[in-house]
Design a protein around this ligand. Sequence first.
Ligand SMILES: *Cc1c(COP(=O)(O)O)cnc(C)c1O
Length: 370
Amino acid sequence: MPDPVQAISVPERTLMGPGPSNCPPSVLTAMAQPTVGHLDPWFVERMNEVQAMLRAVMRTENRLTLPISATGSAGMETCLVNLIEPGDRCVVGVNGVFGQRMSDIVQRAGGELVRVEAPWGRPLDSADIEAAVKAGPTKLVAVVHAETSTGVLQPLEEVSRIAREHGALFVVDAVTSLGGHAVLVDEWGIDACYSGTQKCLSVPPGLAPVSFSDRAVEALRARKTKVQSWYLDLNMICSYWGEDRVYHHTAPINMIYALHEGLRLILGEGLEARWERHRRNHELLKSGLAELGMELLPKAEDSLWTLNAVRLPEGVDDLPARKALLVRFGLEVGGGLGDLKGKIWRVGLMGHNSTERNVTLFLSAARAVL
Ligand SMILES: *Cc1c(COP(=O)(O)O)cnc(C)c1O
């Protein structure tokens, strides 16, 4: 430790990995405003606005829509531990890291885990999900909409129909899709949906928006056992975010300011315009990659617009090349996980960062280091 310790001086970075993404300046400015009390009437009004804006961004009327005070993984855990009681049969789609993480949580919550798998880089087959749901009384079906480990987009409407037909709740991870792809919570019959602030919402990591349908709220109210987690128990969190304002924990005030501004910007841009911007810049990246002789891991029709899993050319040494991007261009991209380690780069075009400028920066930097 140097004596005295120097104040931090943050290097300039373009964050084109799997998250976090860069925040718009006004989000950072909002965050730097003075902290007020978490039950201050002025702040309570801002909490209400955040909830209303979240409903608009998630395309839902669900009353129970609020940000959990922790990162995206806590959103995942919130949805699962509030709905699962010991012995509940849960069908989980696994075609990447985040489906695996859901499976882990299901087991820790005492659920009976039924995994439906697809190869990494491919979406789940709804026929496989249907077979699994038919094989026994099922409490919930959980899938990842945007698998950040593989760049695959999972179509949701068919899975939703299957869950509903068999009386199961439908849980969706929208961490890397919300704010980049359409996430239509009500129209698609999603019962529990969660996201994270640091991906396509372009707000720092630290909050996890969640939304519960009336059916999910009923399941929560009908529990015979207490929710395993004190911190993530939605019964208590709702009393804090609801009319009673019963103290549960202290909301991370300045993060709520940041989310308030991030959501305001998204609604100002317009959701459809924002989705279209993500599509356009993904297409631009794809054609630039083709010129470099590189391609994406998933098929074109399965590819996310927000996270591009780019196959590395033969003979490229992953780590030194990514280090060169960072040192020479201040550019961060992600490496592959699991079996894909050393084989792909994960190039994010999320929220504020989905721009033609960033596509061009990545392509020319990649040309220089490869
Ligand atoms: C990033 C991510 C998470 C976890 O979010 P954290 O903020 O890292 O906790 C969960 N699911 C998906 C699909 C993600 O991309």
